[in-house]
Design a protein around this ligand. Sequence first.
Ligand code: ZN
Ligand code: FE
Length: 258
Amino acid sequence: MAIQIVPQLSDNFAYLVIDDASKECAVVDCAEADKVIAAAKQHDVKLTAVLTTHWHGDHSGGNEDISAKVPGIKIYGASAENGRIPALTNPVADGDTLKVGALEGRVIGIPAHTNGHVAYYFPKLNAVFTGDTMFVAGCGRVFEGRAATMVDSLKKLTTLPESTQVYCGHEYTEKNLRFALTLEPNNAVLKAKHEWAVKARSEGKWTVPSTIADEKRTNPFLRSDSPELRASVKKADPKVGEDPIAIFAKARELKDHY
Ligand code: ZN
Ligand code: FE
């Protein structure tokens, strides 16, 4: 299988992206190098690159260790993270492409959680790795940008084909969906997804990947147009107004305290 989940820390995901033909593989985010190296060995593939989504330790804290243990491994990450990605060898920016064996990956700049946060999109695999920008039914906290920056970044991801599989940085799905239901209690797709996620987690299964289509229908941070969501946000803050960015910002604030 071209994509393998490698659980990291308490609720992080790293992913092996495998070119089946050449058996070369990249890992998206590395917090615990030994687990990543063991997973590569298990799947009988050769690790050639780390694709770092952003500088936070739970996504890049294993970079030094994996560089020491896998000689020659390339460490990709955004130059816009301003030197905060450990062991960086291949700085990238929005629009750049890279290769994992014969597989082509495209870098999509999606700042706001951090200034240099990027996604990695693999058209042939129909998959995008979104780090802490887009979660299943959620989005990352806005630490280094503004609400409008996050709205733009999320929008950029939603321009990918609807069938694109979304692989995010954390297993936060169940709580995200519970929060989403507080804003859209009558969204039938959302209700069904919540029930599915509760069952999946109770069986010890992961909830990734999602799809862009699913996120458009259930992710509260993509749904400033939903009348029900708008009404819920306005009920929480009657002064919020009509601006979609203000609606997003208020929803994000409500989630921060949920
Ligand atoms: Zn983060
Ligand atoms: Fe994180």
